[in-house]
Design a binder for this molecule. Sequence first.
Ligand code: NAP
Length: 241
Amino acid sequence: MHILILGGTTEARALAGLLHGEVRVTSSLAGRVASPRLPAGEVRIGGFGGVEGLVEWMAGHAVDAVIDATHPFAERISFNAARAAATAHVPLLALRRPGWVPGDGDDWRPVASLEEAARALEGLGDRVFLTTGRMGLAAFAACPQWFLVRSVDAPDAPMPARTEIVLDRGPFSLDGEREILARHRIDVVVTKDSGGAATAPKLTAAREAGVPVVVVRRPPVPSGVPVAATPEEAAAWVATG
Ligand code: NAP
């Protein structure tokens, strides 16, 4: 049995670890990060060349099932996986960590896109902590505010005129996040609703500091695709499939 995991997340790596030794497992990475953390099992890196390329790759490598364990905001590859799996009649499961839920004291401003997030910043202060990743900075390029941009690899232009970049990769600690908000006198945080524990401490730090958080809502999982919330659930799907 050969399982293809579309990866690039902590959960995808954990799933590869669970399946490795039980079945043949290949993890696919987009190749966006210069030195990615590699999962157990076989790894391939780079795009497939759209839906057709993915269908061909699955046929050429005798893939029995696909698990789309990509980031909740990696919308294109998830859409391609749904189309390719339907075309090739290969079972597909989406592994999606649950989204974050606001608690008492949280001041969250939900928005539908990065562009809307940029507009939502108006009136929320001059100093923005932007944690939405290095892709999509263009949406904020015309913003007059000062930005602290945190990303794994250095972002490319266009980006806001007043930007300081900090290169770092989660997990992040609560103490570290408190320190960032205080040292940079952050007025507002911007995040995607990525979910998971690794990057959640910024939300707690923001709540404690009374700082609003602009939260970009997730795109939907392609219709008809079953969803598992944890690597263990996804491994059970493989075992029973
Ligand atoms: P995307 O917009 O959904 O995909 C763009 C193209 O990148 C896809 O059409 C595909 O190229 C290629 N691709 C994406 N994920 C791939 C994978 N796992 N294996 C092989 N090719 C892949 O993706 P994205 O938002 O740029 O994310 C890229 C990767 O970074 C994903 O693996 C994702 O899990 C990870 N990631 C994304 C975010 C985020 O916020 N978007 C955050 C953390 C990690 P072809 O059409 O040529 O096949």
